[in-house]
Design a protein around this ligand. Structure first.
Ligand code: SF4
Length: 239
């Protein structure tokens, strides 16, 4: 039997999907069933402890085979995520861009280099954290993700969080923060405070690509990152 919290999550997703479709000007909904990825987060399935990397790799394979939205046809490479499967800090961006699509890695190029500097500024290395996006396949011409694509892909991100069990999720940019928090607030209003994402602390901040265009905003990101650093250093207990 499906547990109540899972059912509530599904209901919330459907309501959100319909709201987003209405905002997009659509009056009719084509309710194509979204096949959820198999629950890959069975770290202790059958009483056998399985390491996070193995379970994450299984989920990556499912994403590789995913045909739930049309982006699977236009992408070059799946951009599933990278980093430490047991990371205490997880970054979540919007969707792969051109360079990510070519390399199959999230946050490469100039924005990726800036993200690496941001990570290092709080005393971590890039390989210490985990980096993923809301969407695993690139939208053509870097257009905004469609609500149907967000809904179709959401379970992959949710399962990544379940497997990695980070202490803190840092949302990079408006899209990621609004998607995970189901909010319509601007990133300027959302950033700088901790929220709850299904039991995990979540801090929204500006996207590195935005900082490249608006370097004066870096000081805000530094403030947000210091809060993350302090939270992590005050919660050192083992996962
Ligand atoms: S974006 Fe997500 S839902 Fe769409 S095809 Fe890729 S993995 Fe599947």
């Amino acid at each position: 039997m499906m547990d109540k919290s899972r059912l509530n999550r599904i209901i919330r997703d459907i309501k959100n999907f319909i709201e987003l479709e209405k905002e997009s000007g659509l009056d009719e909904f084509m309710l194509k069933g979204v096949t959820k990825p198999k629950q890959a987060s069975g770290l202790d399935t059958g009483g056998v402890a399985r390491d996070r990397k193995t379970v994450l790799d299984e989920l990556r394979t499912q994403a590789q085979e995913c045909r739930e939205c049309p982006l699977c046809k236009s992408r070059r490479n799946l951009v599933f995520g990278s980093g430490d499967p047991g990371a205490r800090l997880m970054f979540v961006g919007e969707a792969p861009g051109l360079e990510e699509d070519i390399k199959g890695e999230p946050f490469v190029g100039k924005a990726g280099a800036l993200l690496t500097k941001i990570i290092e500024a709080i005393g971590l290395k890039r390989e210490d954290v985990y980096i993923a996006n809301c969407l695993k396949c690139r939208p053509p011409k870097n257009r905004d993700p469609l609500p149907s694509e967000v809904i179709a892909c959401r379970e992959f991100l949710r399962q990544q969080v379940d497997i990695i069990r980070p202490k803190v999720i840092c949302c990079l940019g408006k899209f990621s923060a609004q998607t995970l928090l189901m909010s319509e607030e601007s990133i300027s209003r959302l950033r700088g405070r901790f929220y709850d994402f299904e039991g995990t602390k979540l801090m929204p901040t500006f996207h590195p690509a935005y900082l490249l265009r608006n370097p004066s905003e870096k000081r805000h990101v530094w403030e947000d990152m210091k809060k993350i650093r302090d939270y992590l250093s005050n919660h050192q207990e083992n996962q």
